[in-house]
Design a protein around this ligand. Sequence first.
Ligand code: OFO
Length: 180
Amino acid sequence: MLSKKMEKALNTQVNNEFYSAYLYMSMSAYCQSMGLKGIANWFMVQFHEEMFHAMKFYEYILRKGGKVSLQTIKQPPVEFGTPLSMFEQTYEHEQFITKCINDLVETARQEKDNATEIFLHWYVTEQIEEEENDTDMIAQLKFIGKDTSALLMFDKELAARMTTIPTEFSKGVEAALKGA
Ligand code: OFO
C-alpha cells in the first residue's frame, strides 16, 4: 500500500516522465526538419525510453493498490537552436529529473516505504547513464564546433542507435516489474 503523499509524488513523476518523452519527441521533430535524421533518431529512441520510464511508474502505482491520476502534460518548446544547445538543454532537463528521483527517494524514506525506495533504485542508476550520455554528446559537439562535415558524420553515427526497451509499453513493464 502507498501513503497518499507517496502516491501523489509518484503520480507527479509519471507526468515528468511523459513530459520528458514529449520534449524529446519535439527535439526529434526539430532535427528531422533540419535534415539531421541521425540526431532525430537518437531523440526518438529517447522518447521511447521516457515512455517506458513513465509506464514503469504507472504499473508500480497500480500494483501497489494506488490510484493513477494523469495530469496535463505541458507543451515543450518547438525550437532548440544548434545541436550543441539542444544537448545542453537535454542535460539540464536530465539534471532536473535526477533531482526529482532523489526527492522521491527522500519521500520514500520519510514514509518508511522500503518497497518504493527499492523500486526507485533502478531510476537512480538510470539517471547516471542518462546524464553521462548527454555530457558525452556535449563534449563531442564541442570538438566538432563549426565543422559541418564532422557534424554530418556525428549525425550518421547517431542514426545507428536502436531502441533497446520494449515499445509495447504496458506489456514490457509488466515483464520488467516481475521481481521488483
Ligand atoms: Fe531521461 O530519464 Fe526518465 O525522465
